[in-house]
Design a protein around this ligand. Structure first.
Ligand code: ADP
Ligand code: MG
Length: 650
């Protein structure tokens, strides 16, 4: 019975170079070779004869320049990248002269790597790795790193790794080359054992003595097969141990892979603490400054809003003044005010007399600003009372001697009296009765001076306190709405100009001033926000830099992972995960740092308002930065040529 060969090479050629003016070097020059399942083949030849090149082709790590390679009857040239990865993963197990273990992972974890890409679950993986290492006499070395193991032990770990997914075909490239004779003999004994168990062994060596131990010896010289002892009549054909692959649900596998990638990434970050910390710093500063800048901006905005709320967003001030052209100061008469009240844009007109006057209670006296206006004052200023009531229009008309206290005035005159209503104050020389206390405006309203005042009816002020005064010091005018402030200002201007015939009055627009201030602050915030965004960008570039370095440093690891069956997307995912993890941690620390800085600012009295959406946004930006700036290095890692990567020189 003639069984079809498992591996069939026809006219395989492989040349290097030949581009960019370099002469092409042909390393394999027409290899024809059949290998059946269960054979134990040694390929022997001098150094430089092309053995490793042949092994890389056999193991689907490399493609021939010409010729055909059929594996189990299928032309490998027609397989897609992922199918090749599957073949490497499920059919082949590599053992290299230099062991090629991942330096940062323990012996057990190294053995687990191929199963990772085959989708075996973590507990089964660990169990199988431990069993394999136990079988190879390394049960107690499970948790040691490669640099804590001897050469012979490392080679046994790499054999265990080759067997992890079944290792139907073991491709061993000079497996004893770096070992002392005793360890070398042990490794050879192991290969014999595996051959007896039904594995196909392809052993590459420059040592004829080693080669002689195989059942079939093929000699290669200058890229050609020069001798072949031939296939034995019937290779001890026990069915080769197949791959035992766990196949979880696709979703579970995805999380499995992601967790694994995160674990590896976390380990990488810990191993390079200083570098990671510096990279993180960029992200942390970026995220924290975005958060703090936005919080300060929002705090300032709220402050302005609040001030506009307390002062009223629709307030205009009107006063008389000498005209620019010279002449006497104008008079604002009661008729003028009445005409203003009739303008459609205007809601309220509040004439005010206010001056510092000596106010007395018992033996306490103080110069206080005595604010005389109509009963509309609280409505115009959106200012509620804390106690008692405000005087009415009728009381104003009747010259009632009533006073309402500002918060601080209350504290000054009646520090021990919870409700000073009904008490008497001497304003100037006239007694006034306290009927109310205004609510506190507080320091951040921008109008805390109002807390220091007392408020009396306009008419009684003129009759009892400001007798000399015939017209208001100024007039507070409230437009119908904040949108109509401008229109109201223009209407007032026109009306008064018509009535007076000259500009002997001035109009102040408080709302416009506050709005201008708000706009300035806004542009300031935008600028600071931009600076913060730039620092986030710089942080992202830092991530890219570190990722590029990481990929460079770990090319050999990437080669190992590809040789053990990683798909391009596995490599891509791993490096993307690392980039995202760095920025994720950086973002989280940045949010914390931002909160701390903000708290410090609040303690220092700066108005700061945190916004959850700003924090979430900054955090998301950081992670997006990781995705964007991590992609390029991760892709270059995924696209590395496995043979080049294994050699460790990208
Ligand atoms: P062996 O494993 O038998 O020692 P190799 O297969 O490693 O030999 O190399 C065979 C020849 O191919 C050597 O002369 C080597 O210099 C050359 N070679 C191997 N890889 C490359 C490469 N990437 N580019 C150019 N030449 C290469
Ligand atoms: Mg070699």
């Amino acid at each position: 019975m003639v069984m079809a060969p498992m591996i069939e090479l026809r006219g395989i050629r492989r040349q290097y170079g030949g581009q960019g003016g370099q002469p092409a070097v042909e390393v394999l020059r027409g290899i024809d070779l059949n290998i059946h399942a269960g054979e134990f083949v040694a390929i022997v030849g001098q150094s430089g004869s092309g053995k490793s090149t042949l092994m890389h082709l056999l193991g689907c790590l490399d493609r021939p320049s010409s010729g055909s390679y059929r594996f189990n009857g299928r032309d490998v040239a027609h397989l897609a990248a992922d199918e090749l990865a599957a073949l490497r993963r499920e059919a082949f197990g590599f053992v290299f002269q230099g062991y090629h273990l991942i330096a940062t992972e323990s012996a057990g974890e190294n053995v687990e790597v191929p199963a990772l890409y085959a989708g075996l679950r973590a507990p089964e993986r660990a169990q199988r790795a431990a069993a394999l290492l136990g079988r190879l006499g390394l049960a107690d070395k499970l948790h040691l790193r490669p640099n804590q193991l001897s050469g012979g032990q490392q080679q046994r770990v790499s054999i265990a790794r080759a067997l992890m997914n079944g290792g139907q075909i073991i491709l061993a490239d000079e497996p004893t080359g770096a070992l002392d004779s005793r360890s070398g003999a042990e490794v050879m004994a192991l290969l014999h054992e595996l051959a007896d168990a039904g594995h196909t062994i392809i052993l590459i060596t420059h040592d004829r003595e080693v080669a002689a131990q195989a059942r079939r010896v093929i000699e290669i010289r200058d890229g050609c097969i020069v001798a072949d002892s031939g296939t034995q009549a019937s290779p001890a054909s026990r069915p080769a141990p197949g791959a035992r692959l766990g196949q979880g649900a696709a979703g579970a596998l995805f999380w499995n892979d992601l967790r694994e990638a995160a674990r590896t990434a976390w380990r990488g970050m810990r191993l390079n603490r200083a570098r990671t910390a510096l990279t993180l710093l960029g992200i942390v500063i970026g995220v924290a400054s975005v958060i703090v800048m936005l919080a300060i901006g929002e705090g300032a905005r709220r402050q302005v809003m609040e001030r506009m709320g307390t002062m009223g967003t629709a307030i205009l001030y009107l006063g008389s003044k000498p005209p620019a052209a010279g002449g006497p100061t104008g008079q604002l008469t009661e008729d003028d005010l009445q005409a203003l009240r009739e303008l459609p844009e205007i809601h309220r007109v509040l004439p005010v007399i206010g001056d510092p006057v000596t106010v007395r209670h018992g033996r306490a006296d103080k110069q206080l600003y005595v604010f005389a206006a109509s009963e509309e004052m609280p409505a115009v200023h959106h200012w509620p009372l804390a106690q008692g009531r405000y005087y009415s229009a009728a009381e104003d008309r009747d010259l009632a001697p009533l006073v309402v206290l500002g918060h601080k005035a209350w504290q000054h005159f009646f520090p021990d009296v919870a409700r000073p209503l009904g008490r008497q104050l001497l304003i100037g020389n006239s007694p006034f009765e306290v009927i109310g206390v205004m609510a506190e405006r507080g320091a951040d309203s921008g109008a805390q001076d109002y807390d220091d005042m007392v408020f009396i009816p306009y008419q009684s002020a003129r009759a009892r306190v400001y007798q000399a005064q015939t017209q208001p010091d100024y007039v507070v005018v409230q437009a119908r709405s904040s949108q109509q402030v401008h229109a109201a200002e223009q209407a007032m201007q026109r009306l008064l100009l018509a009535r007076h015939g000259r500009e002997d009055f001035g109009i102040g627009n408080a709302a416009a001033r506050i709005q201008a201030e708000a706009a300035t602050r806004r542009s300031m915030t935008v600028m600071l926000g931009l600076i913060a965004a730039v620092s986030l960008l710089v942080g992202g570039i830092g991530v890219m830099n570190v990722m590029l370095m990481t990929v460079k440093e770990r090319t050999r690891e990437i080669g190992i992972r590809v040789a053990t069956g990683a798909r391009q997307r596995d490599i891509l995912r791993q490096f993307m995960t690392e980039a995202v993890l760095v920025t994720w941690v950086g973002g989280a620390v940045g949010v914390l740092a931002g909160l701390l800085v903000g708290a410090a600012l609040i303690a220092a009295g700066v108005p700061v308002v945190f916004s959850v959406s700003a924090m979430a946004g900054a955090f998301a930006c950081a992670v997006a930065t990781g995705l964007v700036f991590g992609y390029m290095p991760a892709r270059s890692a995924a696209r590395l040529d496995p043979v080049v990567a294994l050699a460790g020189n990208p």
